[in-house]
Write a protein of this length. Structure first.
Length: 166
């Protein structure tokens, strides 16, 4: 694949490395119906911390400011990696999810094995539209996925697909 723009080239390489877990696990004639995304709320606290550092920079010692900036950069990089390495999709046959890159955790559950999907939303989750999605499968499996954007729509899509299989 040829890229005319070096930034597009780097983004394309990053997407090939990080994304694609779900596509690689699709079986014949299986199609993705819905993709859930991680909420942008991961960036709220790092941004608040950076604003606080800028505001307090004249009052703090230079070493304290340095460590606070390093910590803020770490938190932002970590948030970006979480967003880039988490995938959650509903196909016409199952739910497929993956999180992590070094310590990877994945889940694949057939739709006819899903007992329920629960949504937990704190106050800020209700305001900003994110929540924790728990997929409960037959046999007692509980899989948690935190900070999923628009979790109610995800549950609606899953329930709709399950009803089509019945």
């Amino acid at each position: 694949m040829l890229y005319s723009n070096p930034i597009e080239s780097n983004i394309g390489v990053l997407q090939e490395v990080v994304m694609g877990y779900i596509e690689k696990r699709l079986v014949n004639d299986e199609t993705i119906l819905y993709r859930a995304k991680i909420s942008w709320k991961f960036f709220i606290w790092p941004i608040v911390l950076l604003i606080l550092i800028i505001w307090l920079s004249s009052k703090l010692h230079a070493i304290a400011v340095f460590f606070a900036v390093v910590f803020s950069i770490y938190v932002i990089v970590r948030a970006v990696l979480v967003i880039l390495t988490t995938e959650f999709a509903l196909t016409d046959r199952r739910i497929i999810a993956k999180k992590g890159i070094i310590r990877q955790h994945s889940m694949e559950i057939l739709l006819n094995k899903v007992e329920s999907i629960t949504i937990s939303q704190p106050l800020d989750g209700r305001i900003f539209g994110f929540g924790t999605v728990t997929v409960i499968g037959s046999g007692g499996t509980h899989e948690f996925f935190r900070s999923i954007s628009n979790p109610m729509e995800l549950r609606k899509q899953v329930n709709s697909q399950i009803s089509k299989l019945s």
